[in-house]
Design a protein around this ligand. Structure first.
Ligand SMILES: [Zn+2]
Length: 380
């Protein structure tokens, strides 16, 4: 799932490069960390960064390199031990060469989960397996069901795998309404740096584009989703670790599922937050800018989740509304309760958002956190 170059040999002068697959992309990231046993005066000139690319752009040169190593190693006049190592390397390469789509999917998902997904996929007739690259054994595009379960708790039960796979099948249908298609951000990419700021920026740009909230006193997320043709479904999954699910793009009716079992969704304010969070995924987190089957919860990439949470907070509590409310009242207990009721958001979510947007300072936030201790169960 994640390969660090330095893990191969901690005494080598390698930069700290990490490679992993993110849905249908490959991400290469590196830190500024220096080798542990660098000779005096040796320094890698690196600032931390990351790049994403298509699987083909990464896997094809990688295989060319592996095959070059195998071809040339034997011509070097090796001793017996090295020859054996090269032979073993060649054996493992040809084993990999003959891997089929199912083998590769199995490596992508944990074993237990894979068999459950495979079974559910057959029952719910999700078309085909993941598609392979023509030249090298690598999955170019993950099958929709496999993609969906790439970000869930591996212990998720059979009933929930069935329910989510069924959801995927039932949502395949019409193409995207044009107003929604126009709002999809194809150039946003994976969150790098500060996901919080990115989430705020995306929310503020979208509010701007939609001329929201205008003179309204709250952001009507449900009406907006309806206008954009995004269907909202409420369902009680067995697990409480999934907050919501977003499905959209490439032949899917755009859909958001609210899991009624999640604590987050026990109030209307919590559900509204989940809807805004999933809207962020629908618009900005599509795999290779084309499709999304995303499950929100602690097993999803943390940057993507943080960005969606920041997006939801800013989208439902835009600065314009906060300024208007600040002008008419104080950020004391009563003021917070009134403002939360007006904007139809959770009290705790409002307190945290006021701090993150510099409307209150740390001292005020901590005092309010204590005051609203009894609200901590609503968590947003
Ligand atoms: Zn999410």
């Amino acid at each position: 799932m994640r390969h660090a170059l330095r893990a191969a040999d901690s005494s080598a002068l390698y930069p700290d490069v990490v490679v992993r697959r993110l849905a249908d992309d490959v991400e290469i990231s590196w830190t500024a960390r220096q080798p542990s046993y660098a000779p005096r005066g040796f320094r890698l000139a690196l600032s931390p960064g990351a790049a994403t690319m298509s699987v083909a752009d990464f896997a094809e040169p990688l295989w060319q390199a592996l095959e070059w190593v195998q071809r040339t190693a034997m011509t070097l006049g090796l001793d017996r031990r090295d020859e054996e190592a090269v032979e073993e390397f060649g054996r493992r390469l040809s084993e990999l060469r003959s891997a089929n789509a199912s083998d590769l999917e199995k490596w992508y998902l944990p074993t237990n989960l894979f068999s459950r997904v495979k079974q559910a996929r057959e029952i719910n007739q999700i078309a085909g397996e993941s598609s392979l690259l023509p030249s090298v054994p690598a999955i170019a595009h993950l099958n929709a069901a496999v993609l969906m379960f790439g970000g869930v708790n591996p212990d998720i039960g059979k009933a929930d795998v069935q329910a989510l796979t069924k959801l995927l099948t039932s949502r395949s249908g019409v193409s995207e309404p044009s107003e929604l298609a126009a709002l999809v951000g194809t150039d946003v990419g994976a969150p790098l740096g500060a996901p919080f700021e990115q989430g705020y920026d995306l929310a503020e740009e979208l509010l701007d584009t939609l001329s929201m909230p205008g003179s309204e006193t709250h952001v009507d997320i449900r009406s907006l989703l309806e206008r954009l043709g995004i269907v909202c479904i409420e369902q009680a999954l067995k697990t409480s670790t999934i907050r919501g699910v977003a499905i959209a793009g490439e032949g899917y009716t755009p859909t958001i599922l609210i899991n009624k079992t999640s604590d987050y969704n026990s109030t209307e304010a919590g559900k509204r937050f989940t809807l805004a969070h999933e809207l962020c995924h629908v618009l900005y987190d599509r795999v290779r800018a084309r499709r999304i089957a995303h499950v929100s919860g602690p097993w999803t990439s943390p940057g993507v989740e943080k960005r969606a949470n920041a997006f939801a907070a800013m989208f439902l509590m835009p600065r314009a509304l906060l300024r208007r409310l600040a002008a008419t009242g104080q950020w004391d207990r009563q003021g917070i309760e009134d403002a939360a009721a007006t904007m139809q958001v959770g009290v705790s979510a409002l307190v945290e958002h006021l701090f993150n947007t510099n409307f209150i300072d740390e001292f005020e936030r901590d005092a309010l956190r204590l005051r609203f201790g009894s609200y901590s169960s609503s968590r947003n």
